[in-house]
Design a protein. Structure first.
Length: 863
């Protein structure tokens, strides 16, 4: 009989072992090798069979074994040392404490998914892994983040294969009591309740679980509580499952419920209230609406004033240029849930609706776009690599009216990865032994002096570990697909620990092109079976359950990999998760990535491979576009100008095969007298020395603190001071400026000295500007100048503020001197933009006034 409900009975640990429970309940174990060693020594066999999950370990370990450990002085000393180390980690000052700056007292970080450890399967892909790495790194650096997310009762699905290679999904129910979580309770012991009013008098309730990620608390909302009706109980059933309305409810719980959970947690624990709120992708965007509601209710602000106060302290990160990754809801649905006085009390629904409106030229006015709302609710917005920043400025530039794409206020911070999570222990040990300064975060050049034989020895160990793990997984998968043991003898010989190993593992949306390598199956077969320089490929990835196309791609790969002639050289390993990723990024010599440029916003798996001494073979997209330097791996040429997708695939696949056979394999098998591939190892060392410090999440987090969190905290304080005087002032000023702007014009521009200009001279510019009802202090009048291209556009313009020289009836004369600092085609223009000390930049309002016709010395050649 099948159980209708599942629960986990926790072991009662003997008194001397109680400390184990504390260790288990802090997820720092997931990146702390000494603690993992301690768990392993509780019962090494069981440790492997519970897949290194310490909660399961303590649940299943034999009480007699525990009784013995409770008397084992050596074990108890190690337990004490591990606890001491944890306490020290949790309390000693770290980077943020010594950074000294006026950083925020706390930052709330909202994400729909978190990848912290395989034992907490609450992630589907890169977004969640990044969120997990962000929290762990915040903990390591002492950055006071509180994470907020949802606890999905079935997590994301686990994947297996049917006999004919079709993806099958399973949704094993998780029991929060069997996870390293504790329920957040009021002082009287009652579980904290967060509630959101729904239409027709319904209510969505949730309890709140606390996961401790080192120093960082992570609050996970869970709607599976008895006071909910059955539909409400199911809101947090699955990650990215269900239809539109289900999704909306999840996002309301995350955003609105998440803010309420933080308020409860801070009240109970005494944790300082967040000054900055970080919206990690649009899904969490409703947090801004809840904060507007709070400001209106608690401080008597108007909607517009509250909006200014909230925006100032909100950071929004966009994570994808792929339309399917951006949530868009029908406007009626938003009207249904936010109308009346349901979810957000007195917040006017028409104002909510206008925040998510796609007001740009090709926008769809019938939808509510969560990314667009995110950009309107956050004064600071970023993409996740330099290229993705550019792509996002193009994509969303329409929200900022007349500004050139370059000036659209979307910046970028390139993602990074948490080394302690992703770097194999042997590599960590090698670094600690050979280049100890790296452990303190500097001296990466020391890598260049590490003996190549040492690196090669460790790489061999990691490759072999991958091969053994892959055989185990392959055997399990074939059995599950119905094969008998007798048919599987070949698996003992599948893959070879000395063959060049290429890895390809990621989610399977179409833009990642899982099957590009299959474009010419004979060519691929020849690479795999090359008698001199064979290649083996390890593949993994899950398709979204609703993505039939993605499942077909997996089936294509599986069918090819099933073929008898190549099955020892190409394998598909089901159920890609963090545990499999850890073995793959460490064991593969080459990490391959061939997305359709520029759709990969950043990509992080290649960074993990690089830190383990792997080399990247990738389309120049995301992070690789930024940091490929010609010597740290290979760039697959991209035909991204081509409009014919089939032809594009063909060209890019051909380039891929050629790179592998003529460059990658040649270099890998080019050995010296000692059997070492010298040129290869040079490349590995160069990669580690130069990419190492860049791809670390510590670099990323410091960038967030300096470029976004601290400025956002300053802005938020400026808004809040003196009873929100700043917010009131800015809202009133914006209202006045927006209303008066149609009356602002550059009436006339003239210059002296442009007849035969020479480099080094100055050009005097005079403009007459009509300010209409605005005052001179409301605007910035500036000359914009620089080199012009063939279409008379100013390329990377410089700006010079012009000085007002009086005037009458709102018409004011401005003047300034432009330095002619370079030869060649040169041009300038004059513009007026709003100016206020509480704006983050000139483009914030999307308002600009330009001269009626282009002016300036277009193509006036400087000599
Ligand atoms: C790192 C990682 C990802 C993200 O990889 P991309 O390169 O961004 O596609 C996805 N899933 C898992 C399990 C990972 O470890």
């Amino acid at each position: 009989m099948k159980a209708i409900r599942r629960l986990t009975v926790r072991t009662v640990l003997p008194e001397p072992l109680r400390g184990l429970e504390e260790l288990v309940l802090n997820l720092r174990w997931s990146w702390h090798h000494e603690t993992l060693d301690l768990f392993r020594s509780v019962d090494p066999g069981l440790w492997e069979s519970v897949q290194q999950d310490p909660v399961r370990l303590l649940g299943e370990v034999d009480p007699a074994r525990l009784a013995a450990l409770a008397e084992d002085r050596r074990f108890l000393r190690r337990l004490d040392a591990a606890l001491d180390d944890l306490h020290d980690y949790l309390t000693s000052p770290r980077w943020y404490q010594s950074a000294g700056a006026d950083g925020p007292a706390a930052i709330a970080y909202f994400s729909p998914e978190y990848g912290i450890t395989a034992a907490l399967p609450q992630y589907s892909g890169g977004l969640g892994i990044l969120a997990g790495d962000h929290l762990k790194t915040a903990s390591d650096l002492g950055v006071p983040i509180i994470g907020v997310g949802l606890l999905y009762r079935h997590g994301y699905f686990s994947q297996s294969l049917s006999p004919d290679g079709w993806q099958l999904e399973h949704y094993p129910a998780i029991d929060p009591n069997g996870l390293p979580l504790t329920l957040v309770r009021e002082d009287d012991g009652a579980p904290v309740r967060v509630s959101i009013a729904l239409p027709e008098g319904r209510v969505l309730n949730a309890q709140v679980w606390l996961a401790r990620v080192g120093r960082v608390p992570l609050l996970l909302l869970d709607s599976d509580v008895e006071d909910n009706d059955p539909a409400a109980r199911d809101v947090t059933d699955r990650l990215y499952g269900g239809g539109t309305e289900h999704r909306l409810l999840q996002e309301m719980l995350l955003g609105i419920g998440g803010v309420r959970a933080i308020r409860a947690y801070c009240r109970i624990s005494g944790h300082p209230a967040p000054e900055v709120f970080h919206t990690n992708e649009g899904h969490a965007g409703f947090l801004g609406l809840e904060r507007i509601r709070e400001m209106i209710a608690d401080h008597g602000l108007s909607f517009d004033e509250a909006l200014e106060a909230v925006r100032a302290g909100t950071v929004f990160t966009t994570h994808t240029p792929v339309p399917a990754g951006i949530d868009r809801f029908p406007r009626e649905l938003i009207g249904k849930y936010f109308g009346g006085s349901a979810a957000l009390g007195e917040v006017p629904v028409d104002r909510v609706l206008s925040l998510g409106e796609e007001t740009y030229p090709d926008g769809d006015r019938t939808v509510f776009n969560m990314a667009v709302m995110g950009m309107r609710l956050g004064q600071r917005v970023n993409g996740v690599s330099r290229l993705h920043g550019e792509v996002s400025r193009e994509m969303f530039g329409g929200l900022w009216g007349g500004f050139d794409t370059d000036e659209v206020p979307i910046g970028s911070i390139t993602n990074g990865v948490h080394a302690e999570t992703w770097v194999a222990r042997e590599i960590m040990d090698l670094a600690a032994r050979e280049v100890p300064s790296i452990m303190e975060g500097h001296g990466w050049n020391g890598v260049l002096d590490v003996p190549e034989s040492e690196i090669w020895r460790v790489r061999r160990i990691l490759r072999e570990r991958l091969v053994l793990d892959a055989r185990r997984r392959l055997r399990a998968s074939w059995k599950q697909r119905g094969a008998s043991e007798a048919e599987l003898a070949w698996i003992d010989e599948a893959l070879d620990p000395d063959v060049l190993t290429i890895g390809f593992a990621r989610r399977v949306p179409s833009y990642k092109r899982l099957t590009l390598m299959l474009r010419d199956p004979d060519r691929l077969r020849a690479l795999l079976l090359d008698p001199e320089r064979p290649v083996q490929i390890v593949i993994a990835g899950k398709a979204h359950p609703a993505d039939e196309g993605g499942k077909r791609l997996i089936q294509d790969i599986v069918r090819f990999a099933d073929s008898e002639d190549v099955r020892h050289r190409i394998v598909f390993l089901p159920d890609y998760d963090m545990a499999l990723a850890q073995v793959m990024v460490a064991g593969c010599d080459v990490w391959m990535n061939n997305p359709l440029r520029p759709l990969e916003a950043c990509g992080t798996s290649g960074m993990k491979a690089a830190l383990n001494g792997g080399l990247n073979l990738s389309i120049r997209d995301g992070w690789w576009d930024e940091w490929y330097d010609g010597q740290n791996g290979w760039a697959i040429p991209s035909a991204d100008g081509l409009s014919d997708p089939d032809r594009r695939d063909q060209l890019e696949a051909a380039a891929l095969y050629e790179l592998i056979s003529d460059h990658v394999a040649v270099m890998f098998y080019d050995r010296d007298g000692a059997g070492l591939p010298r040129r290869w190892l040079e490349m590995v060392k160069h990669t580690l020395a130069t990419l190492g410090p860049k791809v670390l999440a510590t670099r990323m987090l410091r960038d967030y603190v300096r470029e976004l969190y601290t400025p956002a905290a300053r802005s938020a304080r400026a808004m809040a001071a003196d009873g929100y005087a700043g917010a009131r002032e800015l809202a009133a000023w914006k209202h006045r400026v927006i209303k008066a702007w149609p009356g602002v014009a550059v009436d006339h521009v003239e210059s002296a000295g442009e007849e035969s200009p020479h480099v080094g001279e100055r050009l005097t510019v005079r403009a007459v500007v009509n300010l209409g009802d605005l005052k001179p202090e409301d605007v910035l009048v500036e000359a914009v100048y620089g080199r012009v291209d063939a279409s008379d556009s100013i390329v990377s313009p410089s700006h010079l503020e012009l000085t007002g020289e009086g005037g009458e009836n709102g018409r004011i004369r401005y003047t300034g001197e432009i330095p002619l600092d370079r030869t060649g085609p040169f041009g300038y223009s004059v513009r007026v933009v709003p100016r206020h000390r509480l704006l983050a930049g000139p483009a914030e309002l999307g308002l600009v006034a330009l001269p009626p016709a282009p002016v300036g010395m277009t193509n006036g050649d400087l000599r």
